[in-house]
Design a protein around this ligand. Structure first.
Ligand code: ZN
Ligand code: ZN
Length: 361
């Protein structure tokens, strides 16, 4: 990963954001900009200088992580909350407008900053500055996401045959999580979704003690994490094969499969995310199920499981080469269950490359 250029990219945005400096408080943004993975810290980004301010637990770790990424930042260790406050106040001397990450600072924190830490500085709410940089991945980031996707693919291949042996949703989810961890994942990306039979009509159903039976459609939405980077994939498996399904379930699988393929085919640099959403939605609407596709088509994936850009008709963004997004249409019919199929893809100039490769049949 090419980390040091990220802070320079952010510094180049300060002027247009109306800030003399930016206080980065969102830990995932700090990790992205510096490589620091501690659970507490502030990154002060001035026009030409950068300081990481954290506490005594992270002295050695912070210096080691910044050394590893090659980020040239001053590391300041505050041995008490008041020392950290003082370090922040010192940095604000002579700064007129200080950007605050408005999406990540609570009402109470903003009040404390204004009253106790930066009393003679104007606080400027800023939004999405680091997130916009994060949306376009470099090669090292794509490699980490691709490795996480490969672990998820292999884990599903290992445990999927067990669906024939009537596990509960909860036990199957646990086996899948364990297979990802033993396969090399640092963690799972999010709470694994296993939604079987009639429960599949709830898009974000949490694994229950329902026993998975032959003839069930099982929606399995899961991911692995590598070095902070997530993967995200959904497969819907027909237990006992498609012969065990009724006609509606079979049609759901066909329609969602076609919708998902149409969405992936629409992805390319320069294309609006709304166009990808429409490509999926038209197929499902033609089948008469427009109302049953109850969520957006996809989202960016990276250090967060859900990040910019959103793939939806609202908030339309333009896809850029290096964006990593999901395409995940679904149809949910109470009484019949649900089908969702999701891939994580990296956008290229001419289309995209699919990183999640588990079979869909
Ligand atoms: Zn997912
Ligand atoms: Zn997703």
């Amino acid at each position: 990963m090419e980390v040091p250029s990220r802070v320079r990219g952010l510094q180049a945005c300060l002027d247009s954001a109306g800030c003399d400096a930016l206080l980065v408080t969102h830990l995932i943004n700090i990790r992205y900009l510096t490589g620091f993975t501690g659970s507490s810290g502030y990154l002060w980004v001035g026009p030409t200088s950068v300081s990481l301010i954290t506490d005594g637990r992270y002295d050695e770790q912070a210096r080691g992580e910044l050394y590893a990424t090659g980020v040239m930042a001053e590391v300041i260790i505050g041995r008490s909350p008041s020392a950290i406050r003082e370090a922040l106040s010192d940095h604000a001397e002579g700064v007129r407008n200080l950007g605050i990450e408005a999406e990540h600072v609570s009402w109470a924190e903003q009040g404390r900053y204004a009253r106790d830490v930066f009393p003679s500085t104007t606080l400027v709410p800023s939004s999405g500055l680091v997130e916009a940089l994060r949306a376009v991945k470099d090669r090292g980031e794509v490699a980490r996401i691709e490795a996480a996707c490969a672990i998820a693919d292999a884990a599903l291949a290992t445990v999927a045959p067990g669906l024939e042996h009537r596990p509960t949703e909860a036990v199957f989810a646990l086996e899948l999580d364990a297979a990802m961890r033993t396969g090399g994942a640092d963690a799972v990306s999010f709470d694994t979704i296993v939604a079987s039979g009639p429960l599949g009509s709830r898009p974000h159903h949490m694994p229950s003690d329902r026993v998975i039976e032959r003839g069930d459609l099982v929606v399995i939405d899961f991911g692995a994490m590598i070095d902070g980077y997530h993967s995200d994939m959904t497969r819907t498996i027909a237990v006992g094969g498609s012969a065990a399904l009724d006609a509606t379930q079979r049609r759901m699988l066909t329609v969602v499969g076609e919708a998902q393929a149409a969405g992936v085919a629409a992805v390319a640099a320069g294309v609006s995310t709304a166009a990808v959403d429409t490509a999926c939605r038209e197929v499902i609407a033609a089948a008469g199920w427009a109302e049953a596709f109850v969520h957006g088509t996809g989202h960016g994936v990276g250090l967060d499981i859900h990040e910019a850009p959103r793939v939806a008709a609202t908030d339309a963004a333009t896809l850029l080469a290096g964006h990593v997004v999901t395409v995940e249409p679904g149809v949910y019919l109470p009484g019949h269950g649900g089908v969702r199929i999701e891939d994580t893809v990296v956008v290229t100039e001419s289309g995209c490359r699919t990183l999640t490769r588990a079979p869909k049949s």
